[in-house]
Write a protein that binds this ligand. Structure first.
Ligand SMILES: Nc1ncnc2c1ncn2[C@@H]1O[C@H](COP(=O)(O)OP(=O)(O)OP(=O)(O)O)[C@@H](O)[C@H]1O
Ligand SMILES: [Mg+2]
Length: 256
């Protein structure tokens, strides 16, 4: 396993209360090397909390997270992160933003620029390197953020609802692009979404979470005979979609 959660629990202190709030409870989850895993669940079930633990920005209350068998003890260059809102530096061009991570890795200047250009090409933004974020559309900014994470060449790409703020067309084209990049680079990707379609379309496996406390309810294997053509029109797509929808609906019903 590339990534392993073992009995991971995360609690937060609650103001004016001695009892902490348990956001994640006994999470056991493995992500295989090179796998595209999507994680879906209702708002507030702990998806971002789980991803934060994986980045190493926060530590679990109990349990352990391992990457390549090594416990996560803080942020590392092996992991790249893409958030819902493009976190670009407004004073840097698209190219400058992609180069940023490479500076942190002390890649020589010339190589940096070539690498950054190659990754802008990869996300379909060749020719836009000189634009500043305010001169780009939302979808283009998100592409820059993805290019920046990829240029960094992390083993693992962690994505927290990266396409949520985009319109349907842009989202679909970025989903396709991300799949293409994943196939090409073989990176391990953990992708959070609350969109069932998005989870089924992108994931080789879909982990379905439940809330209060956040748990992994079921992990569903998604496989299609062929990825050619309109996957969403495949009857299997509808079956997976329905299975996840049912799990999530039971979930909402049990909370209400
Ligand atoms: N720093 C924090 N302090 C206290 N409670 C927190 C903190 N971060 C998250 N929580 C709580 O933990 C729970 C899970 O939050 P989290 O952001 O992980 O949910 P989520 O599944 O990502 O939701 P969404 O789909 O809305 O993004 C929520 O109830 C939230 O209020
Ligand atoms: Mg979240």
């Amino acid at each position: 396993m590339k990534i392993e959660f073992r009995q991971v629990t995360k609690e937060f202190a609650v103001r004016d209360s001695d009892r902490p709030f348990r956001a994640l409870d006994g999470i056991d989850l493995g992500v295989r090397e090179g796998e595209f895993l999507t994680l879906v669940g209702p708002s507030g079930c702990g998806k971002s909390t789980l991803l934060d633990l994986l980045t190493g920005l926060t530590a679990p209350t109990s349990g352990e997270i391992r990457i390549d068998g090594v416990p996560v003890e803080g942020p590392g260059l092996d992991r790249g992160i893409v958030f819902q809102q493009y976190a670009l530096f407004p004073w840097r061009t698209a190219l400058g933003n992609v180069e940023f991570g490479l500076e942190a890795k002390a890649v020589p200047r010339k190589e940096r620029s070539a690498l950054a250009r190659r990754h802008l090409d990869l996300v379909g933004l060749g020719g836009f390197g000189d634009r500043y974020p305010h001169e780009l559309s939302g979808g283009m900014r998100q592409r820059v953020a993805i290019a920046r994470s990829l240029a960094f060449d992390p083993d693992v790409l962690l994505m927290d609802e990266p396409f949520a703020a985009l319109d349907a067309q842009t989202r679909e084209s970025l989903q396709e692009e991300l799949l293409r990049i994943w196939e090409k680079t073989g990176k391990t990707i953990v992708f959070i979404t609350h969109g069932i379609d998005e989870a089924v379309y992108l994931g080789q496996r879909v982990a379905v979470m439940s809330s209060r406390p956040g748990r992994v309810r079921q992990v569903i294997d998604v496989s299609f005979d062929s990825r050619e053509g309109d996957l969403r029109a495949d009857p299997r797509f509808g079956e997976y979609r329905h299975a996840i929808w049912t799990l999530l609906r039971e979930e909402v019903a049990s909370v209400a």
